[in-house]
Design a protein around this ligand. Structure first.
Ligand SMILES: NC(=O)c1ccc[n+]([C@@H]2O[C@H](COP(=O)([O-])OP(=O)(O)OC[C@H]3O[C@@H](n4cnc5c(N)ncnc54)[C@H](O)[C@@H]3O)[C@@H](O)[C@H]2O)c1
Ligand SMILES: O=C(O)[C@H](O)COP(=O)(O)O
Length: 308
C-alpha cells in the first residue's frame, strides 16, 4: 500500500471529469515536471506528446488498445512502464466482429442494396454460422469474448496465437509458427491480433487463395495485418466470399478506393469499440491508479519485445 497520493499529470486534455475520476481513485493531478505518472488522453495526437519525459515519470497510461503508432514513433521506451487500454473494449469489438460475420454470411449487403423481392436468388445462398469453424487470428481479449458468442450460435472457434497456449473454449489453438492447414480448414477468418512487425500482411495472397471460396474475412484489429491489394484481388476473382472490415489500410479509406461500393465488402469506419472507447479508457486509468496505490501490478503493460 502506498500512503502518498499518486502524482499524476493528465495531458493533453485534463477536463474536470477526468481530474475528479483520478482523484477519487487516489491520485492528485500535477504538472508533468512534478509527476510520477502521465495519463495521455488523446487517441490520435502523437505530435504533441512530449519528446522527452522527465526522469521522474515511472508510468504512462495510453488511451488505445493498439499501441503500434506509439511503438513506430519511438515514443514507448524502456525507462518506465507503459500501459494500454487493451482488453477493456473486447466485448463490443467481439460483438462487432460477429455482426460483420453474420451480415456477410446472411448476405445482408445484397439485401440492403436490393429494391425487389429477390427470394429465389438469395434462398440457396444465405448461409448460417451453425456447424461452421471460425478461425480467429489472435487469442487475446477479443477472441475470448467472441468464442462464447460463436458457441451460442453453434459455431466452433479455431485460434492461432503467438505461442500456442490453449485458449479457453477453442476447439484447437495453434502457434502461428505451426499454422499448417488453418487457412483452408476453417470456414471463415476473424483477425483479432495486434499490429506488429510480425503481423503486417499476415493475411496476404497465399492465405486468401487458401481460404474457402465461401469464406468471409473479418478484420476488427488493424488494417495493415491484411494486404489490401491482395484482398481486392481475392474479392475480384471471387476466391473468397467477402470481407467485413472495421479497420483498413490506409485509414481513412479514400473515397475512390475499390473496397467502397464492392457489394461483397462491408466497411465500418473503425467504430468496433465505439460504445466503450472513452469509458473503457477511464476504467483502465482509474483501475491502474488504484492498483498503483495498492502496490499491485498494473494491467495492460506494453512489452516492447513483443511489440504490443
Ligand atoms: N477496431 C477497434 O476498434 C479495436 C478495438 C480494440 C482493439 N483493436 C485491435 O485489436 C488488437 C487485438 O486486441 P486484443 O485485446 O484481443 O489483444 P490481446 O493483447 O489481448 O491479444 C493479442 C493476441 O494476439 C496474438 N498474437 C500476437 N502476435 C501474433 C502473431 N504474430 N500471430 C498470431 N497471433 C499473434 C497473441 O498471442 C494474443 O493471443 C489490438 O492490438 C488492437 O490493435 C481494435
Ligand atoms: O486500439 C484501440 O483502442 C481502438 O482500435 C482505437 O484505436 P485508435 O483510435 O488508436 O486507432
Amino acid at each position: 500500500m502506498r500512503s502518498e497520493p499518486l502524482r499524476l499529470a493528465v495531458a493533453p486534455d485534463a477536463d474536470e471529469a477526468i481530474v475528479e475520476m483520478v482523484r477519487q481513485a487516489g491520485a492528485v493531478v500535477v504538472d508533468l515536471a512534478d509527476a510520477q505518472a502521465l495519463a495521455w488522453t488523446a487517441w490520435t495526437d502523437l505530435a504533441s506528446f512530449p519528446r522527452s519525459l522527465p526522469a521522474g515519470i515511472e508510468w504512462v497510461q495510453l488511451p488505445s488498445a493498439g499501441v503500434e503508432r506509439w511503438v513506430a514513433a519511438g515514443i514507448i521506451d524502456r525507462a518506465r512502464v507503459w500501459t494500454s487500454a487493451v482488453g477493456v473494449c473486447a466485448t463490443p469489438v467481439a460483438e462487432h466482429a460477429l455482426t460483420l460475420l453474420l451480415a456477410g454470411v446472411r448476405l445482408l449487403p445484397e439485401s440492403l442494396r436490393s429494391t425487389e423481392w429477390a427470394r429465389t436468388d438469395l434462398l440457396p445462398r444465405v448461409g448460417t454460422l451453425a456447424g461452421t469453424v471460425v478461425g480467429i487470428v489472435g487469442g487475446g481479449s477479443i477472441a475470448r469474448a467472441l468464442i462464447p458468442a460463436l458457441a451460442a450460435l453453434g459455431a466452433e472457434a479455431w485460434v492461432v496465437n503467438r505461442g500456442g497456449r490453449p485458449v479457453p473454449g477453442a476447439v484447437e489453438t495453434r502457434p502461428i509458427a505451426e499454422i499448417g492447414d488453418f487457412w483452408e480448414a476453417v470456414d471463415h477468418v476473424v483477425v483479432a491480433a495486434p499490429q506488429t512487425s510480425d503481423t503486417r500482411h499476415l493475411v496476404g495472397s497465399a492465405e486468401l487463395d487458401a481460404m474457402k471460396q465461401t469464406a468471409w474475412l473479418i478484420n476488427v484489429a488493424r488494417g495493415p495485418i491484411v494486404d489490401t491489394e491482395a484482398l481486392v484481388r481475392a474479392l475480384d476473382s471471387a476466391s473468397i466470399a467477402g470481407a467485413g472490415l472495421d479497420v483498413t489500410d490506409p485509414e481513412p479509406l479514400p473515397a475512390s478506393h475499390p473496397l467502397w461500393g464492392n457489394p461483397r465488402v462491408i466497411v465500418t469506419p473503425h467504430v468496433a469499440d465505439a460504445a466503450m472507447t472513452l469509458r473503457g479508457f477511464h476504467q483502465r486509468l482509474t483501475g491502474n491508479v488504484r492498483r498503483w496505490m495498492a502496490g499491485e501490478e498494473l494491467v495492460g503493460v506494453v512489452d516492447l519485445d513483443r511489440g504490443y
